[in-house]
Design a protein around this ligand. Structure first.
Ligand code: N01
Length: 863
């Protein structure tokens, strides 16, 4: 027995894979004392353990390599596009030698438990060697796919032949010559190893539960052409990787799969098939991961390829994935995978038709057959992303264990930290891009961020850093909202934790991309560690907050617009602004089909002719009518400029929607638009029967300045004693031109509708002296009682939010039945974007429901 020792260090890092090795380098450079604990007897992590035949990376080696040591890029040359495991392990060993890393790594040491002491502000790490460590910071560099899944097949222990796991392959290799071999699983590990096992074995039987999508890796020396951008300027190349979606420089596709001809689409898929790059599979078109129909075209293409390679149509059929979209389970790169099934001694057992009932002493029994084997290879995967972290017994503040905290799924801030566990960091933890990216890029970014954070804490004479509950809860929500916009959560994948029985099913990685994620992490720092509590000798700072409040689709839209560097609309002149609005409207999805569209005219308040467009539901009439007023600041827009929203409201409320083009400023200033609103509603109410409507069931609706016109119309109709208005739907209404509330100032810039554009609209529409008139500012009306029931929808990031909220409150205060829907994370322009902005779908549904309820037809979705 050796005596147990306690070593005091600043930092303990668990894992000597690529993450732990680089973290050690950064800790040394920053002057922290650090020790790495590693279960294996050498460095390499994943590449130490996964030694199965055919194991190799499936991101090009030039990309899947460290960037932090510029010399290394000159000193090391990869022999292939996709280096095999021995070469990658040699690379890790080369780096360890070069930087003398092993002197601070304790090999053959497993962490048994870790306990936080809130008095000393230190972690105690217990190891299986009996030695303890005391450290200020505890960093889990334990990898995302490092905890093998415990076999969940009955009888696994009974088999008396050879048993292998791809994830912990014997170091001296395995000779399958002359043997009858079973492989269970058809994920990446199986797809890589099956052709090589088949080349040796006497018989190979593959047990497949779910077929996977795979394309040929086309391994071999990397072409000069592919290498050229890297060699030309390695620094710029790496920078581009860091800012990219998945950590590899790639052109971002702008077109959806259905936007090109069939020939063009096939040609692009053929090029992808020839290129043999993982990110190319779902990166050929912009919408593959968002749109089922688009994804189906890729699925059909790959099915066609599988059928063209595999001779037996029944086997080919079984190899074609049909129960998930391409990319929703991790796709594979292979060398002769499908071709292997043409070999006479290779057999595929489709477990969907004939499931495994048990493993026996001598083989595997399925429901219909008994198989005998000399060896069984489990390629059954990992307890991904959380397995290795909660596998260590980690106890944080107040005795709470991480396992308990994460019982319903991991909760992290940025995938880096979790509240209640101060100074505990995870490299590529759940909630970060990690497994959806080139791991090297994600590892380096996390390591750098953590190192910088520790230096910051030290510089401020503090000793703990920990996220707030609000920050982490909202980060998880944000990440889930991103995932929900994609097809990813629809598959039974390890991304969702579905592969491990009993594991909570939540989407584990952050799907917003490494570039966007990096910008977010940087912004957290720029905003003085937003969402963190820093504590220690020099005091305690709680910088609580939410780093991403915008809904992800809104965020992406704003980023795209910012990249276009358009001049502000108010600088385009009236004609230019109108042309711009028409052009941007034409780029939006068209909205649903309606039963009929009728274009017509009606008389305006001054006898002028106003155009309208009528949208009629496909159902039998007569229908209630909604008179709709478009947005555009009384200056821009037309009867057709809110076409998608009008179609949506028509279909989903089963109402006729009549979109009216009131007179615009500056040609016709206040009160022209307001007067036209009343004139149009009156005319439509009078002609309800001819229009196919139900007399007496006429509501008003509008967006922005159009909502202002709708609100004013309801007030004017009340004052005039008619027409009778059944209800009002006001989306982001302008209600007060005399005051600039907080939302006007908080959301003045960069969110679509800016404060200066709103000023420009007001200046064109209405003299300051007239703005207190309730026909311009309906909030200022003396008496709001007796107005029709209303739905008022306001958006968090809208200059007009507070005046809309005030109008809803004022209506309610006057006894008007009001539904007030406040939309968190939304902007002024998001909700009319039918089919483009999915996170605001509920608000559109609420608008349609409100129109239904005005006519007494009942609500379908509820608010
Ligand atoms: O594991 P997997 P993996 N009965 O989970 C099946 C990375 N990686 O080790 O899909 C029968 O993908 C399971 O079936 P199903 C990469 O990110 C990278 O292959 O759950 N079958 C599936 O077919 C990859 O995605 C590289 O229905 C059972 C298979 O076993 C990740 O690691 C190389 C079963 C497991 O596939 C994991 O890959 C290798 C059961 N009870 C891995 N349980 C490269 O860089 C599970 N299965 C190239």
């Amino acid at each position: 027995m050796t005596e147990s020792r306690t070593t005091d260090v600043d930092v303990v890092i668990v894992g000597a894979g690529f993450a732990g090795m680089y973290e050690l380098v950064r800790m040394r450079r920053a002057g922290f004392s650090a020790i790495v604990l590693e279960t294996a007897d050498d460095v390499g992590g994943t590449w130490y353990w996964n030694r199965y035949p055919g194991a190799r990376c499936d991101i090009l080696s030039v990309d899947y390599s460290y960037s932090w040591d510029p010399e290394l890029q000159q000193e090391w040359t990869w022999s292939e596009r996709y280096a095999a495991q021995p070469e990658i392990l040699r690379y890790a060993q080369f780096v360890a030698d070069k930087h003398d890393l092993r002197r601070d790594i304790r090999f053959n040491t497993r962490v048994a438990s870790a306990v936080w002491n809130d008095d000393t502000h230190r972690w105690t790490i217990h190891t299986d060697t009996g030695d303890d460590l005391s450290c200020r910071y505890y960093i889990m560099a334990t990898g995302c796919l490092s905890m093998p899944k415990v076999p969940d097949i009955e009888g696994t222990d009974r088999f008396t032949g050879e048993v292998y796991f791809t994830s912990t392959w014997p170091h001296d290799g395995v000779d399958f010559t002359g043997k009858r071999v079973a492989v269970i699983g058809t994920g990446s590990s199986a797809v890589q190893s099956i052709p090589l096992i088949a080349a040796e074995a006497d018989q190979l039987t593959v047990f497949q539960r779910t077929p996977n999508f795979s394309i040929p890796a086309r391994n071999g020396p990397i072409s000069d052409e592919r290498l050229a951008p890297f060699l030309a300027d390695p620094g710029a190349y790496r920078d581009e990787a860091r800012r990219s979606a998945a950590g590899v420089p790639r052109e971002t596709p702008m077109e959806g799969a259905l936007m090109v001809s069939d020939e063009e689409r096939t040609a692009r898929y053929e090029a992808m098939w020839e290129a043999g790059e993982l990110l190319g599979i779902t990166g050929t078109f912009s919408d593959t991961m968002f749109d089922a129909e688009s994804n189906d075209t890729l699925r059909d293409f790959i099915h066609g390829k599988i059928r063209s390679i595999v001779n037996d149509p029944e086997v080919a059929d079984a190899l074609c994935p049909t129960n998930h979209y391409v990319g929703t389970k991790r796709a594979c790169l292979d060398t002769n995978y499908y071709e292997t099934y043409n070999l006479p001694h290779v057999r595929l057992v489709d477990l969907r038709k004939d499931p495994i009932s048990t493993i026996t002493e001598t083989g595997i029994d399925t429901t219909n057959e008994s198989f005998e084997f000399d060896a069984i290879v489990f390629a059954t995967g990992f307890d991904a992303m959380t397995g290795a972290i909660v596998g260590v017994d980690i106890t944080g503040r107040n005795g709470l264990t991480l396992k308990e905290k994460w019982a319903d799924g991991p909760v992290t801030y940025l995938g880096l930290m979790t509240s209640g566990f101060p100074n505990l960091f995870m490299i590529t933890g759940p909630g970060s891009p990690s497994v959806l990216s080139n791991m090297m890029v994600s590892i380096e970014q996390h390591v750098d961020w953590i190192a910088d954070a520790l230096v910051h804490v030290r510089e401020r004479d503090l000793d703990t850093i920990e996220p707030t509950e609000l920050a982490e809860t909202r980060w998880v929500q944000h990440s889930n909202e991103f995932a929900d916009m994609t097809l990813m959560p629809t598959a039974n994948s390890w991304y969702m934790g579905v592969n491990v029985p009993g594991k909570p099913q939540v989407f584990l990685p952050y799907p917003g991309g490494v570039g966007r994620y990096r910008a977010t992490c940087d912004e957290v720092v720029e905003r003085d560690y937003l969402g963190f509590v820093l504590d220690g000798a020099s005091g305690r700072t709680v910088n609580d907050g939410i780093i991403r409040e915008l809904k992800p689709d809104v965020q992406v839209m704003l980023e795209t617009m910012a990249e276009m560097e358009l001049p502000p609309i108010e600088t385009m002149g009236v004609d230019g602004a109108r042309a711009f609005m028409d052009a941007s409207g034409a780029m939006m999805p068209p909205g649903p089909d309606v039963g009929e569209i009728v274009d017509g005219t009606l008389p305006g308040a001054d006898g002028s002719t106003l155009e309208y467009r009528l949208y009629r539901p496909a159902t039998d009439g007569p229908h209630p009518i909604a008179v709709y007023f478009h947005g555009g600041g009384w200056v821009l827009g037309s009867a057709t400029s809110d076409d998608p929203l009008c179609r949506y409201l028509c279909v989903n409320s089963n109402s006729i929607v009549v979109s009216v083009n009131y007179r615009h400023a500056p040609e016709a200033r206040f009160p022209a638009a307001a007067d036209d609103g009343l004139a149009a509603a009156t005319w439509i109410a009078d002609h309800a029967v001819e229009l196919g409507g139900i007399p007496g069931q006429v509501a008003v609706a509008g967006w922005s300045a159009g909502a202002n016109v709708a609100a004013v119309t309801a007030q004017q109709a009340k004052l005039a004693g008619g027409p009778s208005i059944a209800g009002q739907v006001l989306l982001c209404p302008v209600t007060d031109g005399t005051a600039k509330r907080a939302s006007y100032l908080d959301n003045a810039e960069g969110l679509g509708l800016t404060a200066s554009l709103m000023d420009w609209f007001w200046d064109h529409y209405c003299d300051p002296a007239d703005r207190a008139d309730p026909k311009a500012s309906p909030l200022l009306a003396d008496d709001l009682s007796g107005l029709p029931p209303a739905l008022v929808v306001t958006c968090q990031f809208d200059p007009l939010r507070d005046e809309g909220d005030a109008y809803a409150a004022a209506l309610a205060g006057a006894g008007v039945p009001v539904q007030h829907l406040q939309c968190p994370g939304q902007t002024h322009t998001a909700i009319p974007a039918v089919d483009a902005m999915v996170t605001s779908e509920y608000a559109r549904a609420a608008m349609a429901d409100a129109l239904r309820s005005f006519s007494g037809a009942g609500v379908t979705s509820g608010v």
